[in-house]
Design a protein around this ligand. Structure first.
Ligand SMILES: [Zn+2]
Length: 425
């Protein structure tokens, strides 16, 4: 572990030195969506262009256009062209990057649909996608010049679905805008969808820091019906014809709920201004999924669905890692032992000053034992990020560790607040 204060100060200076660009000089108040296929195997990956699509709304900040937080497995960077000035960037993750860690990726190649949205440029731009390397640094994966007047940009408008404003507190540019999409709700179940979404919203705002920052959120629903009710549960041979083709048993995990229909999801979400997409799945099966700046999914009717709903949002909104551990996963198989990972709430102690190191006193034992003397205190608790040994978390329990936790730990709360401020300043 290294001393934290100097590095923390230097980090602050670096962030301050990144000048945000002027929205009105470079952008129009709507979105351009870059859709692509990403394909490869464990060792290689390549992006193939699918389409550019104009979208009606821009729900993001018009002030914080450059991402200063360095989160995610990828980032999209938009440069003015030919000047080459960075005018927008955003970190995100996706399902393909996770798939590359699976056994399947050692033996075959496959493709996933990907997408990134940015404010609509006034003039020519250079679009780049960067990918996080094992060394933790980003490298260029794809680049493309875009003329915003190009007639091949899809300008087909948004699908004609009814929109319901569940919770509206202000201008989308200075709010965190969540769009909740119904998955596996038939036309005659739209009332249930609205009631389910309202129930989850009420629970969401019972949790800190969302409770304190309630007025910083807008929540919209898009009322789009599925042909059948429920979702796919392949391991139980249950298949449903649903709007977004969601399914459990992602990568063989019965509780991992995802969708690969990113195009359909984005088309629906574009009916409203949004920062975060939440897919609410009409099922009582246990599980969910959350990928940073990509999407969250949770089911409606499991007894633990409310806790899962908030947990998955922690992944997708604030880049929080799971703080729980499995039995037998070696730390080296998931993390570079020479580098800190990009999640703020877990550390392998290579440089804890990048995480919560400055908050600890020098007598904090490593690992910190859980006991009556320090229960509830910040420390260096072993077991996090899916591994029992060699990865640490800041508190004994947290919403990112278990459904029984009372709340997010203080470090996760701070990261969520930091992200709320990034969107709403
Ligand atoms: Zn936490």
């Amino acid at each position: 572990m290294k001393t934290g204060i100097l590095l923390a100060v230097l980090g602050l200076l670096c962030n301050l030195s990144i000048a945000q660009s002027d929205f009105d000089s470079y952008f129009i108040d709507k979105s351009l969506r870059f859709d692509y296929t990403i394909a490869g195997n464990k060792d290689i990956q390549q992006i193939y262009f699918e389409q550019l699509k104009e979208e009606k709304f821009w729900g993001g900040s018009i002030k914080n256009l450059i991402d200063t937080l360095n989160r995610g497995d990828y980032r999209i960077c938009i440069y003015s062209h030919p000047e080459g000035k960075l005018i927008y960037s955003r970190g995100y993750s996706d399902l393909f990057f996770e798939w590359q860690d699976t056994e399947e990726a050692k033996h075959m190649s496959r493709s996933y649909y990907g997408s990134a949205v940015f404010p609509f440029p006034k003039d020519n731009i250079r679009l780049e996608i960067h990918r996080r390397k094992y060394s933790n640094q980003f490298s260029l994966l794809y680049k493309q010049l875009v003329n915003p007047l190009d007639y091949s940009i899809q300008r087909t408008g948004t699908p004609d679905y009814k929109v319901h404003s569940l919770f509206q507190q202000g201008d989308p540019h200075t709010q965190v805008d969540i769009v909740i999409l119904p998955e596996g709700y038939q036309a005659d179940e739209m009332k249930k969808f609205k009631e389910d979404a309202a129930r989850f919203m009420n629970y969401f705002f019972e949790n800190e820091p969302f409770k304190t920052y309630q007025k910083k959120f807008n929540i919209y629903l898009v009322l789009a019906a599925s042909a059948e009710s429920g979702t796919d549960i392949p391991g139980r041979n249950q298949w449903k014809n649903t709007l977004l083709n969601s399914h459990f048993f992602t990568f063989g995990s019965d509780r991992y709920l995802t969708t690969r229909d990113v195009k359909g999801m984005r088309d629906l979400a574009a009916c409203v201004p949004y920062d975060q997409i939440y897919v609410l799945v009409n099922s009582s099966y246990y599980g969910g999924g959350g990928i940073f700046n990509f999407y969250s999914l949770a089911t409606s009717d499991n007894p633990e669905s409310p806790e899962v709903f908030v947990h998955e949002f922690g992944h997708a909104f604030a880049a929080l890692a799971d703080e729980y551990a499995y039995e037998d996963t070696p730390v080296e198989s998931l993390y570079n032992p020479a580098e800190e990972n990009w999640h703020p709430n877990i550390s392998n102690l290579v440089d804890l000053s990048l995480k919560w190191g400055s908050r600890l006193d020098s007598l904090t034992p490593v690992p910190t034992p859980i006991g009556p003397n320090n229960n509830g205190k910040i420390g260096i608790y072993e077991g996090a990020g899916y591994v029992q040994r060699g990865m640490y978390r800041p508190y004994p329990d947290c919403r990112m560790r278990s459904n029984h936790a009372e709340r997010f730990c203080a470090i996760c709360e701070e990261e969520i607040i930091r992200m709320i401020q990034f969107y709403t300043e």
